[in-house]
Design a protein around this ligand. Structure first.
Ligand code: 9MG
Length: 296
């Protein structure tokens, strides 16, 4: 039986390593892409990923408090160019292999490709993060075969066009219904509910109002019965409210991280690990005081 921590929640088993469910976790973003939305190409030298630079970024994120690193080889920003499976494999497999060999951290693989899931699991990935919620052909079966936990994210449309006309009758209920249906599909494919993490997909086919409604209603998504991951770091909803460039969104990203944790988020995906870990530590400290009061 899985051991329980003081919260009563079993840790998430990530293929050998575990993640503590009693406190929020920080996921650092490692974009092995030449064109991601806020740090695109920063790990590239000409046409090639600089593995040493990527390892340096990974190491410094671990030192800063990341317990998970999300490695992605496909940019999913609005309008991004599609990437072939071969190119995606070339970008991420050597990096996942090196991180697994050199760092004590859970490696999340940000992919929708069955081949990338299989090949990165074989070299040390511990979590699958799929913005298409295992909808691509073969993805459900591949993820199930790895035995790894999966983050199922909601997206309306496809990255190229998803921000053109997002449309919902009730964004919260539609996102909840979609995630519930994908959880059922996972279960039918042999991926247990205890292996799932859910993500409402901030910025993926959503207007500013949709994003804010979802943030406010995070407890409704958590009530589906799986822990939550949120990605709000530097996203355009901040730009829409503050009219700030992507590199001037740190304070707002931290505020959103805290608001999300307050509403039940467990994993916070971020470009700015040290600052996010500090902000979340304040939430954890406050929750500790509240817990102590309840037991005295
Ligand atoms: C890959 N990626 C980019 N943004 C993301 C988000 O908000 N959530 C998840 N799970 N993945 C994301």
């Amino acid at each position: 039986m899985a051991s329980l921590n003081p919260s009563g929640l079993p840790p998430l088993d990530c293929g050998g390593s575990t993640l503590d469910r009693s406190r929020p976790q920080v996921m650092g973003i490692i974009n092995a892409t030449p064109d991601s939305f806020s740090d695109g190409g920063s790990l590239y030298r000409g046409q090639r990923l600089d593995l040493d630079a990527a390892m340096e970024r990974a190491r410094s994120m671990c030192v800063a408090g990341a317990t998970i690193l999300d490695v992605g080889g496909e940019s999913t920003r609005p309008g991004a160019d599609p990437v072939s499976e071969g190119e995606e494999l070339e970008r991420v497999v050597p990096l996942v292999e090196r991180i697994a060999a050199e760092l004590d951290v859970v490696i999340s693989i940000d992919t929708s490709s069955a081949a990338v899931m299989r090949e990165t699991a074989a070299v040390g990935a511990g979590l699958i993060n799929d913005v298409r919620a295992l909808e691509r052909p073969g993805a459900l079966e591949a993820a199930a075969a790895t035995g790894l936990p999966v983050c199922l994210m909601h997206m309306q449309g496809q990255p190229g066009t998803m921000q053109q006309r997002p449309d919902y009758t009730s964004v919260v209920e539609e996102v909840a219904a979609y995630l519930e249906a994908r959880m059922a599909a996972c279960e039918a494919a042999g991926i247990g509910r205890e292996q799932l993490v859910l993500d409402p997909g901030f910025g993926f086919g959503k207007t500013l109002s949709h994003n804010l409604q979802l943030l406010q209603a995070l407890p409704r998504i958590e009530a589906l019965g799986a822990p939550l991951l949120v990605g709000l770091s530097r996203k355009s909803l901040i730009g829409k409210i503050l009219e700030r460039d992507v590199h001037e969104r740190l304070a707002a990203s931290l505020a959103l991280a805290v608001l999300a944790v307050e509403r039940g988020a467990w994993i916070v995906r971020t470009h700015d690990v040290r600052e996010t870990a500090d902000a979340i530590a304040m939430c954890t400290a406050l929750a500790g005081v509240a817990d102590a009061e309840e037991t005295t």
